[in-house]
Design a protein around this ligand. Structure first.
Ligand code: FES
Length: 147
């Protein structure tokens, strides 16, 4: 199994069995995001403690890439500080918009499974929808768009 197959497996698994799907009870931040290109939407709820994301969940309807990306995102940011989560968003965004196929993003762990979307520009919005929504929730905005 090469890296591409492995990444494909990660995306399929997170789409089939999304992690942290639903709503955080007693959340203290939330935002809704949508992708105007397709109308798909996601809602993120999260709980902060000492500037750290201690719980996070997502709900909404989206394509396989946006669902897998939201699932992977919730796993990646749980336990991170606000700044660490924002830094991860920037690195992730750089990965999916990067046009250099040789550049490696191994330190992103399972999130690197979405690196392939950079070859499909329309899919970049699918992969970043949940991240834009997280950013909105962390900065006090309640709405996000991939536009
Ligand atoms: Fe709508 Fe992917 S097609 S988010």
């Amino acid at each position: 199994m090469d890296l591409r197959d492995l990444y494909q497996e990660v995306i399929l698994d997170h789409n089939r069995y999304p992690r942290n799907r639903g709503e955080v009870e007693g959340s203290d931040a939330e935002a809704s995001g949508h992708n105007p290109l397709c109308g798909d939407a996601v809602r993120i709820t999260l709980k902060m403690q000492d500037d750290r994301v201690v719980d996070i969940a997502f709900e909404g309807q989206g394509c396989a890439i946006s669902t897998a990306s939201a699932s992977l995102m919730t796993e990646a940011v749980k336990g991170k500080t606000r700044d660490e989560a924002e830094a991860l968003f920037r690195t992730f965004q750089s990965m999916v918009t990067n046009t250099d196929p040789e550049e490696q993003f191994d330190d992103l762990g399972e999130l690197a499974a979405l690196a392939g979307v950079r070859e499909h520009p329309v899919r970049i919005k699918c992969a970043t929808l949940a991240w834009h929504t997280l950013h909105a929730a962390l900065t006090g905005d309640r709405e996000a768009s991939t536009e």
